[in-house]
Design a protein around this ligand. Structure first.
Ligand code: SF4
Ligand code: ZN
Ligand code: ZN
Length: 310
């Protein structure tokens, strides 16, 4: 076993291919915590007195995020950390994660709020999959749209002013490619590590957005953080998995390529956001009154399409 080339003392457990570092457990864990802190500081994500609601699905990313925030945020700065879990209503899938999240939150001493699609939108994923007009309205487009709204509503209920989601660097590239491949250029402008909205809107932050997914998994394993193993039964409808595989193959052949891609995406995203196209200006949805880029917001449009005909 080779020696860690950070502390030059302990045996290394992790080889970081893109930098050539060989790290022991302690140096690896420190490196991830410092990276997340750097991302938080770079974008001034959290400030004195904030109430941060962490969207916690029970997957490795969200539990790692919750754990790092809880252990590194200075409570003397008056910052509160809470957790939100959204129950999509997917039988056999959500039950396992709800148990993991609630046990993990009790262990960390974090308040958990659970809201379901059923109570918020009058339907849930298993039902939506049966009544949707066609398979072109994919599971993840229904679920993702509802989830974003549900997280906002839960955070408002809690009195939080910041929502932290656990999107990692791989997720950000995948999302960019999905939007690129589907011709949705405006959405590319939404890709940012930290949203800076006008007063009155919830701030959205992604403290893991500069960290590789692979390193988050390794962090969770090294720390003994439990995470959901069950996969969503509807995930295969998304092109995301194919893109994930493609990016992993590229990274294997060219270590560091994901990070370069991520940096390019952030620049492209800022250019699109700053071009002032009225199509990406936000206004109030005519049905529910919430912020939208269209006359009717995506949640109201999906709800309409899920109504049984006649
Ligand atoms: Fe929802 Fe898609 Fe995630 Fe399943 S894979 S929980 S359908 S977003
Ligand atoms: Zn070391
Ligand atoms: Zn609406």
């Amino acid at each position: 076993m080779e020696t860690c080339n950070k502390c030059n003392k302990n045996s290394s457990v992790y080889f970081r291919e893109y930098s050539g570092e060989k790290l022991c457990k302690r140096c690896f864990l420190n490196s991830i915590e410092r990276k997340v802190q750097r991302t938080i500081n770079k974008f001034s994500m959290i400030k004195f007195g904030d109430h941060v609601a962490v969207a916690t699905s029970g997957g490795k990313d969200s539990l790692v995020l919750l754990s790092i925030l809880k252990s590194t945020i200075d409570v003397s700065r008056g910052i509160t950390i809470s957790a939100i879990t959204i129950d999509e209503g997917i039988a056999g899938y959500r039950d396992e994660s709800l148990k993991i999240v609630s046990e993990f939150c009790s262990k960390l001493g974090v308040q958990l709020t659970v809201l379901s699609y059923n109570e918020l939108f009058g339907t849930h994923m298993d039902e939506a999959m049966k009544v949707r007009p066609s398979a072109k309205l994919t599971s993840c487009s229904i679920c993702g749209t509802f989830r974003r709204r549900a997280i906002d509503l839960a955070a408002e209920q809690l009195g939080a002013n910041v929502v932290a989601t656990a999107h990692n660097l791989d997720d950000e590239i995948q999302t960019f490619m999905i939007n690129l491949l589907s011709g949705d250029v405006n959405r590319i402008g939404w890709n940012q590590a930290s949203s800076i909205y006008k007063t009155g809107y919830m701030k959205k932050i992604k403290p893991l957005s500069e960290t590789y997914e692979r390193e988050i998994v390794f962090y969770a394993l090294q720390k003994g953080i439990p995470f959901q193993s069950e996969q969503c039964p509807y995930m295969n409808e998304s092109i995301r998995e194919e893109i994930r595989q493609f990016l992993n193959d590229l990274e294997k052949a060219h270590p560091g390529i994901k990070y370069n891609t991520y940096k390019s995406i952030m620049d492209i995203s800022a250019l699109i956001r700053n071009r002032g196209d009225p199509a990406i200006m936000r206004r109030a949805c005519e049905k529910c009154g919430r912020e939208s880029t269209e006359q009717i917001c995506s949640v109201c449009r999906i709800q309409e399409r899920l109504k049984p005909l006649g």
